[in-house]
Each structure stands twice: as C-alpha cells, then as structure tokens.
Design a protein around this ligand. Structure first.
Ligand code: SF4
Ligand code: SF4
Length: 290
C-alpha cells in the first residue's frame, strides 16, 4: 500500500485545492484529512458521515466532595496548583499527571479521559474518507493525526484499495511529524515568495531527516517567476523532485466557492497543470511500488 502525504510550510498555499484534485484523479484510494486543527477538505468533498467516534486524549482529575476528607494532601502534592482551597480541580491548570489520584488516602479522586474531538469515516463522490475535528483549544493533535492515518489504512485494507492520499497539517510541528512518519512519499505545495522558499527548506529538511522521498510543486508560480526559478533550483540541489508549476487563476477560488475541485470545475490552464503534476506523482508512486 502506498501513502502520499501532501503538506505545505504554512496554510494558504492552495494545498487543499491540490489534494481535492488528486482525490478526483486518483483511482483505488482512501482520502485522509489530517489537518485536524483546521480541516477544510470537507468543504469541497462534502462527505456523508457513515461512522463517528469520540477522540479521547489525556485525563483530568475530579474530586468527589462526598468522599473527600479534606486532608489537603492533593493540594500540597499538585505541582501545577490546579486544586483550589475548597478542593475543586481547575480543568485548565490540571496537567493530568495523576499524582493526586495515586496518593489520595480515601480514593476520592476520579480520573476520567477527556473527549478532545471526534473522528469520522465518510463517503464522498471520490471514494471513502477519514477525517476528524479537534475541539477548540485542545491539544493532542499529533495523536489525532496518527489515528486518522491508521484508520485510513484499516479502511484501505478492508476495501482492497492500494493508495492513501493524506491532506497534511501546515507548519513543521508535532502534527506534521505525525503526518509524515512512515509515509511512502511527500509532496510539498509551496508558493513563489521568500517565505515559501523558507517553508520549503524547513519541511524539506524534516522530510530529509526521515529519509522520505520528497517532491514539490509551486502554486501561483506566475506571481513571481524569478522566485519560482529559485525554488526549482533549490529542489534540484536538495534531491527534491520538482513536479511542476501551477499558474494563478481566479477559477480556483470560484471552484472552492462552488464546492468543486479545480479539475472538475474547469478545463483551463490550472487544471492542465494539476493533471500533469498528478501524472508525475502517480509515476513516482508506481516506481516505489516496483
Ligand atoms: S487527598 Fe483525597 S481526601 Fe485528601 S483532600 Fe485531596 S481529595 Fe480529599
Ligand atoms: S492530576 Fe496532577 S495536575 Fe491534575 S490536579 Fe492532580 S496532581 Fe494536579
């Protein structure tokens, strides 16, 4: 089974638009939206939810005041000052270390798991999709990214599908690392700006560290051809396979508003460029297979 993870150094590079088009063009695949903090692939793919589950991560102490003897041991031991003088745990300050639970002489402290979000298995017009949503201000997004990828693998095996296309989170933090570790190949979508080049250097460095075959393409390349040349040159010098250039076109925004991928929405130059890039990516995926 092959897994293609599409990432960008930051949001707003047009990554999701590329993923939605690949979803349309690829055969025998499962889609995985691993951008769990700000998922937006569903806006284009309009998934019909078939299965949903809570995502649990971390724990918070809760004192049962009827059992508590008010000995004060937990207040003294808590390194995070999370317990008030009247024995109420502050959910925000509690780090879930479990020390108070362990030492409470009368077992007056419950330690339930927190529900941090939800994950879903859905059907879309391009095939099955696993996606998730982390609740606002919740952490553990790396764990949820791993869960989404694992569920996509299970689904692919169950249905005999041989490709997983992952829409990765932006940046280079824990969720991105969770989205690329063990993947078959990475495509970085970047833009022709100095920050686009720096982002490529950072995520490219991360991919190189994990020794993963890496490809890149430049979106809206004609807004700065000179910078696009520099990015292509950087890729050539750092063993990043350069997949191509996508021109700027307002049709991309119109496609998004219409809830369509650009290759469904128009036959123009952007669609042609994205199809060419997909053909190259598909060849590399086949090469990895062989
Ligand atoms: S350690 Fe247990 S009994 Fe003592 S104050 Fe805390 S919750 Fe109450
Ligand atoms: S679980 Fe840890 S952080 Fe939370 S209240 Fe107990 S001792 Fe404090």
């Amino acid at each position: 089974m092959k897994e293609l993870t599409i990432i960008s150094g930051k949001g707003g590079t047009g990554k999701t638009s590329v993923v939605a088009s690949f979803a349309n063009l690829a055969n025998n695949k499962v889609l995985a939206d691993a951008d769990v903090d700000a998922a937006d692939l569903h806006l284009i793919l309009a998934p019909e939810i078939k299965h949903k589950e809570d995502f649990k991560g971390g724990r918070t102490a809760r004192i049962n005041l009827e059992t508590c003897t008010e000995c004060g041991d937990c207040i003294e031991r808590c390194q995070f000052n999370a317990i008030s003088p009247d024995f109420v745990v502050n959910n925000i300050d509690c780090e879930g270390c479990g020390v108070c639970v362990y030492f409470c002489p009368v077992q007056a402290i419950d330690f339930p798991q927190n529900i941090c979000g939800k994950w879903y298995i859905s059907e879309t017009r391009f095939g099955p999709m696993v996606h998730a949503r982390l609740h606002i201000a919740e952490e553990n997004s790396g764990l949820l990214v791993s869960l989404v990828r694992n569920q996509a693998k299970v689904l692919a095996e169950e249905r005999g599908l041989d490709t997983i296309i992952v829409d990765g989170p932006p940046g280079i933090g824990c969720p991105v690392i969770a989205s690329i570790t063990g993947t078959s190949v990475i495509l970085i979508v970047t833009e022709p700006t100095l920050s686009g080049l720096h982002d490529l250097e950072r995520v490219g460095g991360l991919a190189a560290f994990f020794k993963i075959t890496t490809m890149a393409c430049v979106n809206k390349f004609d807004l700065n051809v000179e910078m696009t040349d520099q990015i292509e040159d950087y890729c050539t010098r750092h063993q990043i396979e350069f997949m191509g250039r996508i021109p700027y076109d307002t049709a991309v925004t119109h496609a998004m508003v219409a809830g369509k991928s650009i290759v469904e929405f128009s036959d123009g130059k952007v669609s042609d460029a994205v199809k060419e890039i997909w053909d190259k990516v598909e060849r590399i995926l086949k090469r990895l297979e062989g």
